[in-house]
Design a protein around this ligand. Structure first.
Ligand code: ADP
Ligand code: ASP
Ligand code: MG
Length: 295
């Protein structure tokens, strides 16, 4: 069994989603596919919170754009026979849930900070909930599972942390012994173990979702599918001379992630390093490139 994580750009356009479909459907091993929100959507969901809180009704136009982008993608990538239902699901999330959350932030200017941040968490979870709904309707025989059922966080002294014990137990209940060949889950999102409210693993946290699942289920590998050819000597956006590192140790990867290499979210390395599970960093836009293996 292996775990594949596709980041925002990988699920952000029709072209990239069709690559995701090819990559997943050409693999015969049992797998869990964890997906991020469509590229840019998490930022938009949060920017709309700021607008609503500032009494700026411009969030309504942005929400309409977000809805249209999801609907256009459904038309282009989802399997015939799933499109109508997928469209209805997205419309319910946008015109039902999100519209009322933003309306609540706009009308209730004196919400307590703690409630405001709970509403933000509930809103931001919709990015991955919607992208995973689309990916589940795009991949043949995909079986959707809901990450907040088994990825649990706990607030300790005001700090949100993964509740490893609760998560380990629930992930095993959800997946151990399962014969489902292609599971699709949301990256990033979680649930507070005590309150049952939606939470998340922090920005960039979908990589961590992949690592948690890979480690608990003793996956053969974790594949991080992104928009560059591998883990590089530097951020290629800043340094045109950056080159791909074909192979690296967990220690070097951890050091570079801690120093700001955005390609992998820093908490991702420890769970897979602890189990000796190799991590491949691969390019969704150039899938035959060898990529990087971290081991
Ligand atoms: P995803 O949406 O797939 O999670 P991210 O934007 O989080 O993608 O991470 C990929 C980006 O990380 C690349 O586009 C690149 O600009 C940036 N990056 C920063 N440092 C590195 C590095 N050392 N190697 C590769 N990419 C890096
Ligand atoms: N969508 C979330 C973010 O933008 C999580 C992720 O992409 O890993 O931070
Ligand atoms: Mg990322």
């Amino acid at each position: 069994m292996k775990v594949l994580k596709f980041g925002g750009t990988s699920v952000g356009s029709v072209e990239s989603l069709l690559n995701v479909k090819k990559i997943v459907e050409s693999c015969t091993e049992q797998m869990i596919v964890a997906v991020s929100a469509l590229g840019g959507v998490t930022n938009q969901l949060l920017a709309m919170c700021d607008m609503a809180e500032a009494h700026d009704a411009a969030w309504e136009q942005t929400l309409e754009q977000v809805k249209q982008r999801h609907l256009d993608i459904i038309d282009a990538v989802c399997i015939d026979g799933t499109k109508e239902q997928c469209r209805q699901v997205i419309e319910q999330f946008i015109d039902g849930n999100l519209r009322s959350y933003y309306g609540m932030l706009m009308v209730n200017q004196d919400l307590e900070d703690v409630v405001r941040s709970q509403v933000r968490d509930a809103i931001v979870a919709h990015g991955e909930i919607m992208s995973s709904a689309i990916v589940s309707c795009m991949i043949e025989n995909a079986i959707p599972h809901f990450s907040p059922r088994f990825i649990k966080t706990r607030d300790i002294e005001g700090q949100r942390r993964l509740d490893w014990e609760a998560t380990e137990e629930l992930v095993k209940v959800e997946f151990e012994g399962s014969e489902e060949q292609r599971v699709v889950v949301q990256g990033f999102i979680a649930e507070d173990v005590e309150t049952g409210l939606k939470t998340n693993l922090g920005r960039g946290g979908s990589d961590y979702t992949g690592a948690i699942l890979a480690a608990i289920l003793n996956a053969s590998c974790l594949e991080i599918w992104t928009d560059v050819d591998g883990f590089m000597t530097a951020d290629p956006r800043k340094d045109p001379n950056a080159t791909v590192i074909p192979e690296m140790t967990y220690e070097l990867a951890q050091e570079m992630c801690d120093a700001g290499a955005k390609v992998i979210y820093p908490p991702t390395i420890a769970p897979v390093a602890g189990k000796g599970i190799p991590v491949w960093v691969k390019n969704t836009f150039n899938p035959t490139a060898p990529g990087t293996v971290i081991k």
